[in-house]
Design a protein around this ligand. Structure first.
Ligand SMILES: *Cc1c(COP(=O)(O)O)cnc(C)c1O
Length: 463
């Protein structure tokens, strides 16, 4: 096991078992449907297509590297979450996973709500017509300007993250002559990653207000006294890339315990509970994610059971999947530039992007898969490492992967499951230009976020 630090806290990191690639797959040309977007197939000529469009044509038309996003898959995942939770719950897509105006429109059409955590995400959401009342505003250090804008626009809820913010939001709402609906984000002492969770008494992290030591109860006490805010519920987000539901079980138990204490102390039953996001996806064939309907059933049962035991009315549940909706819908298309065999070790395959378009491998030791997509090959498998073009030896996209031994410069390779936290975390390191996002659907391809240009770079540099 290995885990590296993340600026947003360890809850956002992944812990992945090592040795996924102990043996080469039986067929290097096969595409595991689990890790590829819905409409991806390999044709009889060996070329991989998405939405009926060969990747060779996409590369010609849009260049490489490029994120290719399957709109059909995005919509069907969004719809599956919406349907699974039904009309008595709310699904908020976590915009930080990947946000663009096209995505906002798809979410709107599919009936999902939207989480934002900065003024930039809020501006994107509003500019694409997401109704403000369907937006939730998150973040552990929202600026007064961001709070003022959010309240002024009429966002559906602000998720309060600290004692100071409770007062700050209440004060700004009052200045604006409004009463803002809010939730309080608490940390319940559950750390969940992938296949395990740890229940702890304390949470050593920057997000939320600890349940431990009566701090969350005190936050509720204060929030209930302030005129500028209306406390509608409690929020908990326990981790990311989670497959095991038992962490949610402990979290729900603890949140409901707080709801019960609030009822006993204040005589109020808060109407909502938000269990956050963090549901896992398949990055490699070794991952086995749950379907939205299983997750919805499990979460609803847990909350209902806990509330019955506490003799509470079951609150309205909301969830915030980001990765689970957008992650599997996109792959990154790269062109191979150099192939460097290191005797007795492995072959380094350099592509025309790298850590600037996918930082997750460097940041979290994340594992990815990769396939040759511009042709099929009958060559032997070779142990490869896919690396980028940056001046950094940690510039790795896929740490261990098998690719055909006849791989050559000019071949196109694709890394699946890069829809979440890749474009949204992309950088300009080495003044490399950020790739476009190309949405494909039913034989059509269109750019939804264009490729950065040198002009873009120079426009920011005012000399
Ligand atoms: C990051 C985050 C999410 C989404 O997490 P995923 O792993 O993408 O599902 C949801 N809610 C909150 C509060 C988050 O910080």
């Amino acid at each position: 096991m290995s885990r590296s630090a993340h600026p947003a806290g360890p809850r956002h990191a992944d812990v992945l078992p090592e040795g996924h690639y102990s043996a080469p797959p039986a067929d290097l040309n096969a595409l595991d449907q689990k890790v590829w977007a819905e409409t991806v197939t390999r044709g009889d000529d060996g070329v991989v297509s998405v939405a009926g469009i060969p990747v060779t044509r996409l590369a010609e038309e849009f260049g490489t590297p490029a994120y290719i996003l399957d709109e059909t898959d995005f919509r069907s995942r969004a719809r599956a979450w919406r349907t699974a939770f039904g009309p008595d719950a709310d699904v908020f897509y976590a915009g930080k996973a990947f946000l663009s105006r096209a995505v906002v429109r798809w979410l709107n059409e599919e009936g999902l709500n939207l989480d934002v955590c900065s003024g930039g995400e809020l501006a994107t959401a509003l500019s694409a017509g997401m109704p403000a009342e369907r937006i939730a505003f998150h973040g552990n250090n929202k600026s007064p300007e961001e709070i003022r804008r959010a309240i002024g626009e009429g966002v559906g809820r602000i998720v309060l993250d600290s004692f100071q913010e409770i007062v700050r939001v209440a004060h700004i709402a009052q200045e604006l002559g409004k009463r803002q609906r809010v939730q309080i984000r608490i940390t319940v002492g559950v750390e969940a990653h992938t296949h395990e969770f740890i229940a702890t008494a304390h949470e050593d992290q920057k997000f939320g207000i600890p349940l431990a030591g009566g701090q969350a109860a005190e936050a509720v006490r204060r929030a209930l006294q302030l005129d500028g805010i209306e406390l509608i519920g409690i929020h908990s987000h326990i981790g990311s890339q989670i497959f095991d539901m038992s962490g949610f079980e402990v979290a729900a138990h603890r949140v409901v315990g707080l709801l019960k204490d609030i009822r006993d102390e204040h005589g109020v039953e808060l109407p909502e509970i938000d269990l956050g996001g963090g549901l896992g996806i398949a990055y490699t064939s070794a991952d086995d994610p749950r379907e939205p309907h299983e997750i919805a059933k499990a979460l609803t049962e847990i909350v209902t059971r806990e509330c019955e035991a506490a003799r509470l009315r079951t609150p309205r549940i909301s969830v915030e999947p980001g990765r689970a909706i957008v992650g599997p819908t996109a792959f990154t298309l790269y062109e191979v530039g150099t192939v460097k065999p290191l005797d007795g070790l492995r072959t380094y395959v350099s592509v025309d992007g790298g850590m600037s378009d996918n930082i997750r491998t460097a940041l979290y030791d994340a594992e990815y898969s990769v396939a040759l997509v511009s042709r099929s090959s009958d060559a032997e498998p070779m142990l490869a490492r896919v690396v980028g073009k940056h001046c950094e030896s940690g510039d790795i996209v896929v740490k261990d992967a098998f690719l055909p031994a006849d791989l050559a410069p000019g071949d196109l390779i694709a890394v699946p499951a890069t829809g979440a936290y890749c474009r949204s975390m992309a950088s300009n390191y080495n003044h490399v230009l950020r790739p476009p996002v190309v949405a494909v659907r039913d034989g059509d391809a269109r750019v939804i976020v264009r490729r950065e240009t040198e002009e873009d770079l120079l426009r920011l540099d005012v000399g």
